[in-house]
Structures are given as structure tokens and as C-alpha cells.
Design a protein around this ligand. Structure first.
Ligand code: 5GP
Ligand code: MG
Length: 180
């Protein structure tokens, strides 16, 4: 699996120090206010689990799934299925956590839907941000790293369902794409 990676963009140590920084920002923003971290499945589960363990104030955890019917490396229309119940959304301060902000479609749709369902406030925290790819007007409130327009895998991010368990973020060799 590691042989399929052409270049490491963020090492495990770089990732953890980026998360320390963002966790401190999130802690400052929510101190004294209850909030719920809403992790967008499946990609953000690795990031969310490292992030929440660095936030030393009370929080709750919920999950939401947003499936995109793209071709594997491009995101397409988004279908939302919600795991949080009405009670977990209504009147709550929600922090949507996702692996990567690309076109912005996923998070902007989730934002609108959570507000429609009665959230008091919705903010977003992303592990990676590809600002050059944005198709809708959307900015994350918190982010760990900016990345160039490149398809990346690892640390939760997959290609065809694989590579989520790599402890670093890297770019795949062309040969790894060609195999599928
Ligand atoms: P958006 O709706 O912002 O275009 O899409 C965000 C979703 O597209 C991410 O949660 C992720 O599932 C997928 N995605 C976008 N860029 C990449 C990438 O470089 N690598 C991987 N593995 N997934 C990506
Ligand atoms: Mg995703």
C-alpha cells in the first residue's frame, strides 16, 4: 500500500501538530458553550477522533453521511443521510467536521440542512482545504492544512475505498489509479 504513494504531503508528526493548533482554536471558540461535533462519514472519522481527544472541554459526538456519486476522484451530486436525531440537532451548536473541503458542495448542503432542521448554530472544521477547487461560496471556520489541486489519500481519505488507514497524507502514483 505504501508503495502506491508517490509523494508524502503531510507526515504523521505534521498532521498531529496541525491538529493541536486547530484543537486549541476550537477549544477557545466553544469554551463555556455546549457543542456537538458532527463527523461526516466516512472520510473524517480519523481526523475527528484525533481532534476530539485534543479538546479538553465538554462536547458530544454525532455522525452524518453524505454520499457523492462522482467517478472516484471528482465529487458529484450529494445525497445526505442523517444519523443525528432531531433532538441532537434542534437548538444545538454544531461543528461539522470533514476530511477535505473541495468544491464545497457537501458542506454547504449539510450546513443548509442542519440549519433547516433547527440547529442553533453551525460551523465547520476541515482537515484539508483545496481553495482553488471551490464551486460554491463556502469557507471553513477552522482548517488544518491547505492543499494544492491534487487527489490525496490517507488519514481517512480513500481512493476506491482504500488507503484510509495510512497514517500520513500522500499523492497516489498514476499506476495505482490505472489498476482499477
Ligand atoms: P466537495 O463536496 O467539497 O467537493 O467534496 C468533498 C468530498 O470529496 C470529501 O469529503 C471527499 O470525500 C471527496 N474528495 C475531494 N477531494 C478529495 C481528494 O483529494 N482525495 C480524496 N480521497 N477525496 C476527496
Ligand atoms: Mg467525504
Amino acid at each position: 500500500m505504501h508503495d502506491d504513494i508517490e509523494r508524502v504531503l503531510f507526515s504523521e508528526a505534521q498532521i498531529l501538530s496541525g491538529i493541536d493548533r486547530v484543537a486549541a482554536e476550537v477549544t477557545e471558540a466553544y469554551t463555556g458553550r455546549g457543542f456537538t461535533v458532527v463527523s461526516v462519514l466516512k472520510g473524517s472519522c480519523v481526523f475527528a477522533s484525533d481532534l476530539i481527544r485534543r479538546i479538553p472541554i465538554p462536547l458530544e459526538l454525532a455522525f452524518v453521511s453524505a454520499s457523492s456519486y462522482g467517478d472516484g476522484t471528482e465529487s458529484g451530486p450529494v445525497q445526505l443521510s442523517f444519523f443525528p436525531t432531531g433532538q441532537e440537532i434542534e437548538g444545538r451548536n454544531l461543528l461539522l467536521v470533514d476530511d477535505i473541503l473541495d468544491t464545497g458542495r457537501t458542506l454547504s448542503q449539510l450546513f443548509a440542512e442542519l440549519l433547516k432542521r433547527g440547529a442553533a448554530e453551525v460551523r465547520s472544521c476541515v482537515f484539508l482545504d483545496k481553495p482553488t477547487r471551490r464551486a460554491v461560496d463556502f469557507q471553513a471556520d477552522f482548517r488544518c492544512f491547505e492543499v494544492e489541486d491534487l487527489f490525496v489519500v490517507g488519514y481517512g481519505l480513500d481512493y476506491a475505498g482504500r488507503y484510509r488507514n495510512l497514517p500520513f497524507v500522500g499523492a497516489l502514483h498514476r499506476a495505482a489509479f490505472a489498476r482499477d
